[in-house]
Design a protein around this ligand. Sequence first.
Ligand SMILES: Nc1nc2c(c(=O)[nH]1)N[C@H]1C(S)=C(S)[C@@H](COP(=O)(O)OP(=O)(O)OC[C@H]3O[C@@H](n4cnc5c(=O)[nH]c(N)nc54)[C@H](O)[C@@H]3O)O[C@H]1N2
Ligand SMILES: Nc1nc2c(c(=O)[nH]1)N[C@H]1C(S)=C(S)[C@@H](COP(=O)(O)OP(=O)(O)OC[C@H]3O[C@@H](n4cnc5c(=O)[nH]c(N)nc54)[C@H](O)[C@@H]3O)O[C@H]1N2
Ligand code: SF4
Ligand SMILES: [Mo]
Length: 743
Amino acid sequence: MARTALRICPLCEATCGLSVTVDDDQGRMLSARGDADDVFSHGYICPKGASLPELDNDPDRLTGPLIRRDGVLVDAGWDEALELVADRLAATIAAHGGPSVGIYIGNPNAHTVAGALYAPLLTRAIGTHNVFSASTLDQMPKQVALGYLFGHAGTFAVPDLDRTDHLVVIGANPIVSNGSVTTAADFPGKLAALRRRGGRLTVIDPARTRTAKLADVHLTPRPGTDAALLFAVVHTLFDEDLIAPDLGGIGRHVTGVDRLRAESADFAPEEVAAFCDVPAPVIRELARSIATARTAAVYGRMGTTTVEFGTIGSWLIDAINILTGNLDRPGGVMFPTPPTAPAPRPPRPGRTFRTGRWRSRVSGHPEVAGELPAAALAEEIDTPGDGRLRAVVTIAGNPVLSAPDGDRLGRALDGLDFLVSIDPYLNETTRHADVILPPPPPSASPHFDFILNNLAVRATARYSPPVLPLPDGRPDEAEILARLTLAVGGLGVHADKRLVDEQVIAATLSKEVSDPHSPVAGRDVDEMIAMLPDAPGHERRLDMMVRLGAYGDAFGARADGLTLAQILASPHGVDLGPMRPRLPGILRTESGTVELAADDLIADVDRLRAALHRAPDGFVLIGRRNLRSNNSWMHNLPALTGGTNRCTLYIHPDDALRLGLDDVAIVRGPGGEVKVPVEITPDIRPGVASLPHGWGHDLADTRLTVAAEAPGTNVNQLNDGSLLDPLSGTVVLNGLPVEIAPG
Ligand SMILES: Nc1nc2c(c(=O)[nH]1)N[C@H]1C(S)=C(S)[C@@H](COP(=O)(O)OP(=O)(O)OC[C@H]3O[C@@H](n4cnc5c(=O)[nH]c(N)nc54)[C@H](O)[C@@H]3O)O[C@H]1N2
Ligand SMILES: Nc1nc2c(c(=O)[nH]1)N[C@H]1C(S)=C(S)[C@@H](COP(=O)(O)OP(=O)(O)OC[C@H]3O[C@@H](n4cnc5c(=O)[nH]c(N)nc54)[C@H](O)[C@@H]3O)O[C@H]1N2
Ligand code: SF4
Ligand SMILES: [Mo]
């Protein structure tokens, strides 16, 4: 018998509410469509969401652990596999210390309950500072900029899409990506609504993407030059007296304006025009169009972060929002207030944001927000010497395809004493593992967006319990991580998982009751623990966080406040309203102000100044995404393969003619060369070529039947990881210099 259930889509940052049908007898998900009553997504769905049942039922998905025996990965039982992992991690830590274990945290951790609530506990239990993640292949420059501006690397300001009058999209393609570092379901609908209300869309992108095709104005700078372009906008704002009076009302909370003005002096549009290949009057007009709009929001993504000047560019995006009076006001960029964020407290002085609290062993890369560059993972394993990594834990990551030089990383992983991967697939990375521990499919996993709610353009509280039960004896991902945490902590792999949750709950509440500004200051911890539901540990923690949170009931102290029980009683979600101003309470800088011109940022500007006079390189390579793809791991679903979703080199007709390109090209980069099919298109600017990432499924000993039929090529084999944005350790994935020749 089929039954309908609601479930939030875990596949991208849009967090759409889905209505799925399941067959309890077969224990399968049958179909998925948009939930029209979802308070956040209102029925929106994309092809990936619609294929959730196919992903759930993928016959290649692992249903039990694999253990390497005599060189081959074979089926094993859960107890045996967990015991083996616990023993090997404990032995490595005992012999070489916690830091000899490296952790790689992949992208899906942003979408899972386990990634948000349990992965950090395992990392802490292991006691390693050798933490790597997809963030340094992605948004880390943005986070570093936020750290300097607002005092904390997690203080995101997102465009108020529903109310803005002028949206400026730089290096993002939300019609295809469905939005990133801005959680908004139905980006296409939101852009259509912007147009209907007379608003304006500017897109800055070297490719004529599906988003760019909707724009009123589309600028096509040379890749990697946006930081200079943005500086020229800042210059123009000062030069033409376009700074908003009192910065739109937040003037007393902002410092460093004069210093920023001084820094921007060298970046007149006329000075940067040749470097960016955008005419100076066009840059001046861009500045005017932002400054004179009733409200405007400048929004940057991958094309502004994974580039040579990623941190400077990210900083200047928000600097422009601030100078034009658009920070913290409706229609500008605002700080979301998620349901699990602590209740507001009086402003308190913070500390100056710093990186480099430790450094990587081999290249001396500074630590950034607790992490080292993913591009340095291979060398930390394969470079001999004291302190090299002996064991690695990957959680929901496929760095062999997503990080530079996967061939080298693969060899390095083979050279480890021990590799454990918590991952549902036997893929390009996990094929190197000694043990794979597969989490259950989405249908049998709970869902709450602990992370993405921090980025949501409208606050909601939505929770999906698992839609289908787990087979007896199969742990969910939270249990896998919790049991490993307990084992590493010396309690053994069979200890009750709830110990982990109860420890977190007791510690959190004890801290809260002793904080005079907490809504539960002075209360009795045990009395509050008794108010939590008799439910799985993650639900008890969720209830606690919600009750302590900005909308919460403060454990009964606020009569109408939110609890998990209320969220469960509203399966389409609880709407908590549009974003609201949060200055100055959200600031954590030492000065208690928005610091517009932090020393470390200013110190990096000379690097940009020097680049201005660089002769334009040959070709540069950028990335692109496809609506029916998701990084490296959804090429195995028949419903999503084929059509435009192909690993081809986009190149402009003039360039193809000049190079004599026909069907196949050889692309050479700093890390190697690849041979790829050519697709000639006017939708990319001359001098630029694009290849998508996440391909290269032709490696031996994987279990990706469908993906292997059209494997594509791993673009990151072109990249040796040496070109980094130094402030964030983020590798240059967009704007990589390459040579292209007929193949
Ligand atoms: N050239 C180039 N390279 C890029 C990019 C680019 O634009 N260009 N983009 C970069 C970006 S933005 C990112 S985020 C990274 C992504 O880098 P990664 O996070 O390393 O790679 P993904 O391809 O997202 O792989 C996700 C892994 O998680 C597994 N997985 C899926 N669901 C779950 C789950 O519920 N639990 C667990 N435990 N595992 C799960 C999948 O099987 C897969 O192995 O790639 C980066 N690499
Ligand atoms: N369908 C689909 N959706 C996804 C993903 C996916 O793989 N497929 N991945 C998810 C992930 S992990 C992420 S991080 C997000 C990413 O979300 P987005 O950042 O929106 O996606 P991208 O396609 O990487 O967009 C980057 C854009 O920057 C442009 N660009 C490249 N170099 C430059 C430059 O130097 N300057 C400027 N101005 N533009 C430049 C590219 O042409 C491209 O259009 O998407 C998420 N959503
Ligand atoms: S847009 Fe993202 S969250 Fe929405 S259905 Fe598609 S993949 Fe899922
Ligand atoms: Mo990403």
